[in-house]
Write a protein of this length. Structure first.
Length: 259
C-alpha cells in the first residue's frame, strides 16, 4: 500500500510529463487493486483541474485516490478569515475562486505557498503582519522548489525563516503535517479497512518535506532521485540514522521493478 508524491516523483519538475515508470506503476496498482493515495502538495491549480491534467497525460488516478492541500484548507482557514496570501498568481486566483478574502491591510492569516521570485519587501510585509498577530500557515513544508532546472528555497525553508525572525509558530496544511497524513490514511481506509501507517510505503523525491515526517508516523520511506536531488549524497549524509529512507531508487521504473 502506497502514498505517492507527484512533482519529481510521478511527473518531471520542468516538463510536467510523466517520469519513467510512473504510468506503468499507477496502472499496476489499479490492475492489482493495491490501495494507494496520490498525495501532492500542488496548490497552483484547483484540485479537479490538476487531477484532470494528471489523467490527461496518462496517469489513471481515480478521484478518490487523490489528495492535495486545497482539499483540506477549510479545516485550517475559515471563509471569514482575512488572508494575506503569498504565492503564484494562479494560487491567489484559486483562493479567490474558493471564496476566500485576500487582505493586505489587516489580515488575520499569513498564508504561504510557493513561487520562485519572492522579494525582500514581501518578506518585510509578512513579518509585520505576523508581529501584529496574524497566524502563520504554510500550504505545505517542502524543502526545495525546482523550476527551470534551478533549486529555490521551498515553503518549509521560508516558514523556518519567518519563525526565526518573529518567534511565531506556524502550522502546515499539506505534507508533512500529521493532520494531512491522517486525512490520507482515512481516505485510503475506504479502499481497504483497518490500514495503518505501518502498512504504507511513501514514495517521494523530498526527504525533509515528505519522507522524514512520514517515517516518524511509522511509514516506510522510499526515496526517488528523479526530482529535487541529483544524487543521494546531496542529502542522505546530512540525515541522522533514524531519518534514513527504507529504500532509494532512481525513479518509479526501479520502484516498479522492485515489487
Amino acid at each position: 500500500m502506497f502514498f505517492i508524491d507527484v512533482q519529481g516523483t510521478l511527473i518531471e519538475d520542468n516538463s510536467k510529463q510523466p517520469i519513467r515508470g510512473a504510468i506503468a506503476f499507477i496502472d499496476h496498482l489499479n490492475t492489482s487493486k493495491i490501495p494507494y493515495m496520490v498525495i501532492t502538495n500542488s496548490t497552483k491549480y484547483a484540485s479537479d483541474e490538476f487531477l484532470g491534467y494528471l489523467n490527461s497525460i496518462g496517469l489513471a488516478i481515480p478521484k478518490d485516490h487523490y489528495l492535495d492541500p486545497l482539499m483540506v484548507l477549510a479545516s485550517h482557514i475559515k471563509l471569514n478569515d482575512k488572508i494575506a496570501a503569498y504565492g503564484s498568481n494562479a494560487f491567489l486566483e484559486v483562493l479567490v475562486s474558493m471564496g476566500y478574502t485576500l487582505d493586505y491591510l489587516k489580515p488575520t492569516v499569513v498564508l504561504i505557498a510557493i513561487k520562485e521570485d519572492f522579494n525582500a519587501d514581501e518578506y518585510a510585509q509578512m513579518i509585520e503582519f505576523i508581529l501584529s498577530g496574524a497566524r502563520l500557515i504554510g500550504m505545505h513544508e517542502t524543502s526545495l522548489y525546482v523550476k527551470n532546472h534551478k533549486r529555490y528555497p521551498g515553503v518549509g525553508a521560508i516558514l523556518k525563516m519567518l519563525e526565526f525572525a518573529t518567534s511565531a509558530h506556524y502550522t502546515v496544511v499539506g505534507k508533512p503535517s500529521e493532520a494531512f497524513f491522517d486525512e490520507a490514511l482515512m481516505r485510503i481506509g475506504r479502499q481497504r479497512p483497518d490500514i495503518q501507517f505501518k502498512d504504507i510505503s511513501i514514495i517521494s523525491d523530498d526527504m525533509s518535506g515528505d519522507i522524514i515526517g512520514a517515517q516518524e508516523l511509522g511509514m516506510r520511506g522510499v526515496f526517488v532521485l528523479s526530482g529535487k536531488y541529483r544524487t543521494a549524497n546531496e542529502i542522505l549524509p546530512h540525515l541522522s540514522l533514524d531519518q534514513q529512507p527504507y529504500a532509494v531508487y532512481a525513479d518509479m521504473q526501479e520502484v516498479l521493478e522492485s515489487l
